[in-house]
Design a protein around this ligand. Structure first.
Ligand code: HEM
Length: 372
């Protein structure tokens, strides 16, 4: 049940992250609360990592059934077993690929992680629904059954007075029987707890000190903020002749850093909330995007804005900022972080920072802004 709930949480939060990044016409994502995405994606990765021991013990509990004889009794049984095979493969794929991704180990994944992880999520959740549907009678009887007072192992519990034998549950050996139910559950809960404590400090600041397994930690990185893509990795070199190109109904203009600094400056405390589950708050200062929209002759209440990076390529080179974020006074083209000029790895000379958006959509090294 814990594994089922964890997968459901992962599916919903993952789907949300996908929709925010690839919004269909019907989808709307607010700009407040400013830290909502850091909660949903932090939950995604924390729950996903807690799945590692849950899935491990579940598979260990049922693996002897791989060897039952005859392997297939009826056509329906064959279909059910095929469904379980899909579920096991998809579940393993999700937790393994997710974990490799947050530790930036890409060699075993000869595909684009996000695309694979997204489509296999549908497969996993579909196979899980079918599996739960097929096993509903077993689930029902197991939930109705009270554990016998001396119940230590599942096979003993099934023999207890009042117990209803599950149709298939006792037919095959159960690898957990030797352990005893309580010891097993305590072990799994402890493992899930340790993994959570070891990693959740990547987004829950008070736990940063104990989260030795966290791939990124708040407060660590240039100007006290972690970085995923550095300026060097993006092929960015500082250009003294930098001009921000601002296009809109009033035509096109070029603003150098002096011009940008002469516009009204505002400060906002906003997190960088990475798709990889880590997040960290910074104090950003710069020009409100809505002020730039006005300067470009657009309507700051209704305009959408295309923000493009100086990067030559890459999946996250540009982003479309929807009207709800454009009009939010916290959305900035930031020039400073913590009172200092932006570090190159944080997007010098200028970057987008908006409330409640994934880090991959907070475009760095902004070169062009087009008001629509
Ligand atoms: C250890 C377990 C897991 C980890 C560490 C993990 C990690 C991640 C990460 C880092 C992303 C962001 C990808 C990106 O936008 O670049 C993501 C997205 C996603 N995850 Fe997971 N995940 C795990 C398990 C799961 C499970 C079990 C499911 C579903 C059953 C799931 C469903 C999704 C979906 C639907 C997305 C959105 C993909 C997209 O943006 O197209 N994840 N996950």
């Amino acid at each position: 049940m814990a594994l089922g709930v964890a997968f459901a949480v992962c599916f919903v939060t993952g789907l949300l992250s996908h929709l925010i990044q690839h919004p269909p016409a019907w989808f709307w994502w607010p700009s407040r609360p400013a830290g909502l995405y850091r909660v949903t994606q932090g939950l995604h990765v924390a729950t996903g990592l807690a799945c590692l021991p849950l899935l491990g013990v579940k598979l260990w509990a049922v693996y002897p059934r791989l060897f039952t004889w005859p392997p297939v009794r009826t056509i329906a049984h064959a279909a059910e077993r095929a469904g379980v095979a899909v579920l096991v493969a998809a579940a393993l794929f999700q937790v393994v690929s997710g974990t490799l991704n947050i530790y930036h180990v890409y060699a075993p994944m000869p595909f684009f992680f996000t695309t694979g992880h997204y489509w296999v999520a549908w497969l996993a959740i579909g196979a899980l629904l079918v599996h739960v549907g097929v096993q509903l009678p077993v689930v029902r009887s197991a939930l109705r059954r009270r554990p016998a007072p001396n119940a230590e192992a599942p096979d003993k519990a099934a023999d207890a007075p009042g117990a209803t034998a599950a149709p298939d549950a006792t037919a095959a050996p159960d690898a957990t029987a030797a352990w005893g139910r309580r010891a097993l559950l305590t072990g799994v809960a402890a493992a899930a707890g340790l993994i959570t404590l070891g990693t959740v400090g990547q987004t829950v600041r008070p736990l940063t000190g104990v989260s030795a397994l966290a791939p990124r930690r708040p407060g660590r990185g240039p100007q006290g903020l972690p970085v995923n893509k550095t300026a060097a990795a993006a092929g960015i070199v500082a250009d003294p002749g930098y001009r921000l190109v601002l296009g809109g109904p009033a035509g096109e203009r070029r603003l150098d850093l002096a011009a940008l600094n002469s516009l009204p400056q505002h400060t906002a405390e906003l997190p960088i909330a990475c798709v990889e589950g880590w997040s960290s708050t910074g104090r950003w200062t710069g020009v409100r995007l809505r002020d730039l929209v006005t300067l470009a002759g657009g309507d700051p209440e209704r305009a959408t804005v295309l923000v493009e990076s100086l990067q030559a390529g890459g999946r996250y080179r540009s982003t479309l900022v929807p009207a709800v974020h454009v009009r939010d006074p916290l959305t900035l083209i930031a020039l400073r972080l913590g009172g200092e000029v932006l570090h190159p790895d944080h997007g010098y000379p200028a970057r987008l920072i908006a409330p409640n958006r994934p880090g991959v959509l907070q475009t760095k090294w902004v070169g062009r802004i087009s008001v629509r």
